[in-house]
Design a protein around this ligand. Structure first.
Ligand SMILES: [Zn+2]
Ligand SMILES: [Zn+2]
Length: 301
């Protein structure tokens, strides 16, 4: 229940005689911090030692929230602030200093010295923001089951065959787009590299050959990346087709990744080793490097 050395557990266990407790019930306790940021600043904690919000059960969360509302009302009536912040922080990066979950009730006045600022710039937007929303919505849906009231993400049970068919069509069109993009890469690459290598061979210019080889490497990365995305979407297709709990119309292939790995844009060795990359870009790179060596040897004579 309690953790030795935890200051909030000490207060919850009534072992701190000079603690300024303002409220207490079976599960929660509210008290003033040693150095209040404003007049009426109060902390609300569960009596059980839970390090962060992720360690609370839904019941404990409800009990905590109830006491926070109670204290927020009482503080407001007692000190008549102009406004109020309810602050709850988890982890050092989020400025949590005591590792026993707690909620700050902070009455605010126009001339207090508290600073809580949101950045002006959005952290992400557009497609990235949509993907984040899907990732979070999918996980809420998976954890709370189909009985929970979900207005935005319907559970897999409610997806109609028609919707699933359309979802599969969307994914398929993305797969097609990726393979078209990969074909385009090769279409662009061939004339560029042929021209560079031809020039390098005639002029015995190792520099131009090196440029050509560099182009091959850049295009190989692009191509391997398209392949990686294509493979990821094929996995998503299979999962949706198999009726896995993928949210309706989700287009984030990491939902189908076995580990929930983050989507990154750097291809792995698996893609570089595949025949469509290695057999196309490999020989072209070898020719380029051979031309570089040949150019260097002949120009030094
Ligand atoms: Zn504690
Ligand atoms: Zn705190």
């Amino acid at each position: 229940m309690t953790s030795p050395g935890c200051p909030f557990c000490q207060i919850a266990a009534a072992r701190v005689p000079d603690a300024r407790v303002v409220y207490e019930d079976q599960h929660t306790i509210a008290f003033f911090p040693d150095r209040p940021a404003t007049r009426g600043h109060t902390l609300v904690v569960p009596k059980r030692h839970a390090p962060s919000v992720w360690d609370l059960t839904p019941e404990e969360g409800g009990q905590l929230a109830r006491t926070v509302l109670l204290v927020a009302d009482a503080v407001r009536e007692a000190v008549h602030p102009d406004g109020m912040n309810i602050v709850q922080s988890n982890g050092a990066v989020a400025t949590q200093t005591v590792e026993h979950v707690h909620v700050h009730v902070v009455p605010r006045t126009r001339r207090d010295r508290v600073t809580l600022r949101w950045p002006r710039r959005a952290a992400e937007s557009g497609v990235a923001l949509d993907e984040t929303r899907r990732a979070v919505a999918a996980r809420v849906g998976l954890q709370s089951g189909s009985a929970a009231p979900q207005t935005h993400s319907r559970g897999p049970d409610t997806i109609s065959p028609e919707d699933r068919r359309q979802h599969l069509e969307f994914i398929q069109s993305t797969i097609t787009r990726m393979s078209t993009a990969s074909a385009n890469v090769k279409t662009w690459l061939l004339p560029i590299v042929t021209a560079a290598y031809g020039y390098a061979a005639i002029q015995r210019s190792w520099g131009v050959a090196a440029l050509g080889a560099a182009a091959v490497m850049i295009f190989a990365v692009l191509d391997a990346n398209y392949l990686k995305q294509e493979q990821a979407f094929r996995r998503l297709y299979d999962c949706v087709a198999a009726g896995d709990p993928i949210p309706q119309f989700a287009m984030n292939p990491t939902l189908a990744a076995p580990t929930g790995a983050r989507r990154d844009y750097w291809p792995g060795w698996d893609q570089f080793r595949s025949w469509s990359i290695a057999l196309v870009h490999g020989p072209m790179l070898s020719i380029g490097l051979a031309l570089v060596v040949w150019g260097l040897v002949t120009s030094s004579r």
